[in-house]
Design a protein around this ligand. Structure first.
Ligand SMILES: [Zn+2]
Ligand SMILES: [Zn+2]
Length: 178
């Protein structure tokens, strides 16, 4: 129930996660990606792309997300207590019990923002579950769904960048005539 009340910002559909084992951050796709087979069961564990350790799907919160969850819960608990006490006070209006509701509702958590960082990688075995990983990571990765190790594809030059751009035209190239 609480999970549905919590919304975290996404980066193009990707939700920031932290591995409970190696504490590195990555992002997994928050919604069901296109091309997911219908019969694909909802996984109970996911594997860390970096260290390959499995953990239950509910164990990947970042410290910021936990903080927000805690603050949201504190607010909800306060609302619930205030409501219950308020009702009790109303119901006991004529009795000798009298008490007053005091206390401030804990402030709602400040919204967090999700920068568009990291690079998208899809495993060959479960390509419909892409992840976003640290740009600096250059070792093999584990598939989020099954933990199988796979190699990163060789880095491609940025779009629009051609090798010939690196060779500046010089006088020899320009003026060489027959
Ligand atoms: Zn890990
Ligand atoms: Zn896989």
């Amino acid at each position: 129930m609480i999970e549905r009340l919590l919304t975290f910002p996404l980066d193009e559909g990707f939700l920031r996660r932290e591995c409970p084992n190696c504490l590195r951050e990555f992002k997994w796709f928050g919604a069901e990606a296109e091309g997911t087979p219908d019969e694909q069961p909802t996984p109970e564990v996911y594997y860390c792309p970096y260290c390959g350790r499995a953990a239950a799907t509910g164990e990947w919160w970042t410290p910021e997300q936990l903080e927000i969850a805690q603050q949201t819960l504190a607010g909800l608990a306060h609302d619930h207590i205030a409501q219950t006490l308020g009702r009790a006070i109303r119901d006991n209006r004529d009795s000798w019990i009298s008490f007053e509701l005091r206390g401030q509702r804990p402030p709602s958590p400040a919204p967090i923002t999700e920068p568009s960082d990291m690079v998208i990688v899809a495993s060959p075995c479960h390509p419909f579950e892409p992840v976003k990983i640290d740009e600096a990571w250059d070792q093999d990765l584990h598939c989020l769904v099954c933990g199988t190790l796979f190699q990163l594809p060789p880095a491609e030059p940025p779009v629009g960048f051609q090798k010939s751009d690196r060779i500046r035209p010089d006088s020899r190239g320009r003026s060489a005539g027959p």
